[in-house]
Design a protein around this ligand. Structure first.
Ligand code: MLC
Ligand code: AMP
Length: 465
């Protein structure tokens, strides 16, 4: 990278705060000095420059980062902090204890934008854990997925190649910083490539429009809102690449965006546990309703319920299995879940149902389980929301499903048997105990849940109405 590129004062912009690369390095090194020797640290991931400095500081020190959603309620936060056994919490300097709600008695390491250091920290090996990302399963509390530095670097290099992502790019997005999309692709991506980043805080269409980026990231809900705001959409005509991921992009949104922006959106597919595995390419075709071809080093298969390979003829549908250098190293403290997530020969079971064409193009057609919901691009486990509802004294039974929703893809919907409690009370109850995005958008109070002869709730009947 040329020094003129290095010196750009706005290499990194989060909200209204800008940093150059050298300033980021100096600030992050001061954080790394404080963290040296610490195995894991939690970061409350508000969309601020302090979060980025804190994460980069931990990576320099070789300390694994455990992102905590900024709106996580006590139930979710306590689980993440206890399960990950972090040794400290990174918080912006000057945060009063009562304003660092995730501290919970942990030592707080300040991220101070006035403190710099020039210490040289030895580069940790590629096998070291960089991030522990908490992600929902079908039941129980979220599991911590261990992501190595090597997996992240390989994924980002593959994406840079596929999307022709260079130091000349200005990436714009407003994604949350506690998941793969916003944090790995959206923050570590531009830092690895050497390109600029502008995080706009909230992903509102007018903010995307005003940012003048070359490369834009969004989940389908964001793209659908942009397509519904034609003036903002037209402002993206000057961009180089629009990229969608984290859930299926509806073909209507793809077509509307093509008309308004002149761009055929690049779709890509991934998971917390595998990072990004399949994508359309900058120099190749983009197909509505299809996620693309495997990224460098990634291999995929589709299998039937007995685990037998299915033909890649574009019509046979089966569970997608993936393997390759971008896979995670397992779930923290969960050997049972680890074993269940892989085949005997080491392929990761995505739980997604897909077709693969003779040309290698993948279509993700749905999920094998109704208990994993994708709403606004967030993965939400039905079991975790049900447990939160059942913790309410007036709730006797609860079943949570994802119903089709025009804006969110799926809407978290709870069927509840309760005693004198209202739907809005229960929505607020869940929003207070878990992250706000896990709250049901609708609660249907019913006299009984449909059950089969063995007493198991028949969720398919709830989904089909
Ligand atoms: C409403 N609100 C409440 C509330 N009702 N708050 C508390 N209690 C209640 N009962 C408030 C919220 O606080 C918030 O306020 C506002 O309502 C909006 O809430 P929301 O649910 O966040 O907004 P929504 O419009 O639904 O969000 C849409 C969205 C969001 C697209 C912006 O879903 C989003 O950011 N999605 C990205 C998910 C993502 O990054 N996934 C990647 C996973 S990685 P306020 O004031 O804050 O607005 C992955 C791998 C891969 O999947 O392939 O990428
Ligand atoms: P998460 O663990 O939050 O990373 O969510 C991963 C899940 O998001 C996958 O298992 C898919 O169900 C879904 N997903 C991600 N990208 C796409 C895509 N392009 N099309 C369809 N589903 C997607």
């Amino acid at each position: 990278m040329s020094s003129s590129v290095d010196d750009r004062p706005d290499l990194l912009r989060v909200g209204d705060v800008c940093l150059s690369r050298s300033r980021l390095l100096a600030l992050a090194t001061a954080v790394a000095d404080d963290l040296r020797g610490l195995d894991r640290v939690a970061v409350v991931t508000t969309p601020t420059i302090e979060t980025v400095v804190g994460v980069v500081g931990a990576l320099l020190a070789g300390t694994a980062v455990v992102p905590v959603p900024p709106d996580a309620g006590p139930r979710e936060r306590e689980h993440i902090l206890r399960d990950s056994a972090v040794g400290a919490l990174l918080a912006p300097a000057g945060t009063a204890p009562q304003d660092a709600p995730a501290a919970d008695g942990l030592p707080v390491v300040p991220v101070d934008l006035r403190r710099v250091s020039a210490t040289t920290h030895p580069e940790p090996g590629p096998e070291r854990t960089a991030l522990i990302l908490y992600t929902s399963g079908t039941t129980g509390a979220p599991k911590g997925a261990l992501l190595s530095r090597g997996a992240i670097a390989t994924c980002l290099d593959g994406l840079a190649e596929a999307w022709a992502w260079t130091p000349d790019d200005l990436l714009v997005h407003g994604l949350p910083l506690f998941h793969v999309h916003g944090l790995v692709l959206g923050v570590l991506g531009p830092l690895r490539v050497g390109g600029r980043l502008h995080h706009v805080g909230r992903p509102q269409p007018e903010r995307y429009a005003a940012a003048g980026g070359t490369l834009y990231f969004g989940v389908p809900t964001i793209w659908s809102r942009i397509a519904a705001a034609p003036a903002s959409a037209r402002a993206l005509r000057g961009a180089r690449l629009l990229v969608s991921g984290s859930a299926a992009l509806p073909t209507t949104v793809f077509d509307d965006l093509t008309g308004l922006t002149g761009h055929r959106v690049v779709e890509r597919y991934g998971m917390t546990e595998t990072l990004i595995t399949v994508s359309a390419r900058a120099d190749g075709p983009r197909r509505p309703g299809a996620a693309g071809v495997p990224l460098p080093g990634v291999r995929t298969r589709i299998v039937d319920e007995q685990g037998r390979d299915l033909p890649t003829d574009g019509t046979a549908m089966g569970e997608l299995l993936v393997t390759g250098p971008t896979l995670f190293d397992g779930y923290l403290n969960r050997p049972d879940a680890d074993a269940a997530s892989r085949t005997a020969d080491g392929w990761f079971r995505t739980g997604d149902v897909a077709t693969v064409g003779p040309d290698g193009w993948h279509r993700i057609v749905g999920r094998a389980s109704t208990d994993l919901i994708k709403s606004g691009g967030y993965r939400i486990g039905a079991g975790e929301v049900e447990e939160a509802l059942l913790a309410h004294p007036a709730v006797r039974e609860a079943a949570v499903v994802g119903l089709p929703h025009p804006d969110l893809g799926q809407q978290v919907t709870a069927y509840v048997v309760g005693d004198g409690v209202t739907g809005p009370e229960l929505v607020d109850f869940v929003a207070r105990h878990l992250s706000v995005h896990k709250r049901p958008r609708e609660v249907r109070l019913v006299d009984a849940l449909p059950r089969n002869a063995l007493g198991k709730v028949q969720k398919k009947r709830l989904v089909e109405g």
